[in-house]
Write a new protein. Structure first.
Length: 134
């Protein structure tokens, strides 16, 4: 549970490294919240009045969804950049998401293990340096 909220504590921290567990637990947290908000939005759409107007729950849930999306944009970028740093790659590789099929490349990188031991972005987030071969 700690890993789900760690990117929120490091809100706009684009330096350092993040483990796979931190990235994927945060992705799970975002997915759960989005599913809940979309469910409320769908419920608001389905609760139309007799006059054919969409229920008030739709507008409220749409505003909550937009606020949440805007609030989570920076921490999502930051944790992805730190994930690239864990693999000793530049955080600017996040921009691959902007090109067609670049998201698939980023997905593969997010699944890969980070470099063992310290790299130019900081110490190993797993803290296990005994596996490093000199």
């Amino acid at each position: 549970m700690e890993y789900m909220f760690m990117p929120l504590r490091r809100y706009a921290d684009f330096s350092g490294r993040s483990r796979r567990k931190e990235y994927w637990m945060f992705a799970l947290f975002l997915t759960i919240v989005y599913v809940v908000l979309y469910t409320f939005m769908l419920g608001g759409m389905l609760s139309t009045s007799t006059s054919g107007q969409v229920g008030a729950g739709f507008g409220v849930s749409m505003i909550l969804l937009l606020l949440f999306a805007f609030a989570m944009f920076v921490p999502a970028l930051a944790v992805q950049a730190r994930r690239f740093h864990d693999q000793d790659k530049s955080g600017w590789m996040v921009l691959l998401n902007l090109i067609p099929l670049g998201s698939l490349v980023v997905l593969v990188f997010m699944c890969m293990e980070g470099t063992r031991g310290p790299n130019r972005y900081g110490p190993d987030p797993k803290g296990d340096t005994s596996r490093v071969f000199a």
